[in-house]
Design a protein around this ligand. Structure first.
Ligand SMILES: [Zn+2]
Length: 144
């Protein structure tokens, strides 16, 4: 869909981002904000990138927690398996907002990553899992 449109005409609204393929979500997630963009356009792009990463990671997780591998504990109101996205490197600490840095977790694993006694070790184990999860997702995605 993106490739069929001219650059600059990518539709970045929530409906598009809900229906987009994993490849399209990855491409939106990796769009670069050019310094010359007006602030309003930069904000739209920043938000779209965040939504794309969130949707992409949940699609990659495919209904299973990427931490403990258990099935999502329940279905959300929209019928989708409920998982949360966790930034393994805090964006505020300069960590890039990138699919390779974000993991889909069940609420227990997400709380563990933030609040447990072993949160640093657990988070490090998640960081080590991400390259494998990303490689598998890329293999599963058809590139046109
Ligand atoms: Zn879990």
């Amino acid at each position: 869909m993106i490739s069929a449109r001219r650059e600059g005409e990518i539709d970045l609204d929530d409906d598009f981002l809900a229906e987009a393929s994993m490849d399209e979500l990855r491409r939106v997630a990796l769009l670069k904000a050019r310094g010359s963009l007006p602030p309003k356009t930069r904000n739209v792009l920043y938000r779209a990138k965040s939504v794309a990463i969130h949707n992409y990671v949940l699609r990659r997780a495919n209904g299973r927690c990427e931490g403990c591998m258990a099935a999502a504990p329940f279905r959300a109101g929209d019928g989708r398996p409920f998982l949360e996205t966790h930034h393994t490197t805090r964006v505020a600490d300069g960590g890039p907002d990138h699919p390779r840095k974000v993991i889909g977790l069940c609420p227990n694993c997400h709380r563990r990553a933030h609040l447990s006694q072993d949160s640093e070790i657990f988070n490090a184990s998640l960081i080590m899992k991400l390259p494998k999860l990303e490689a598998a997702a890329k293999r599963a995605t058809t590139h046109s």
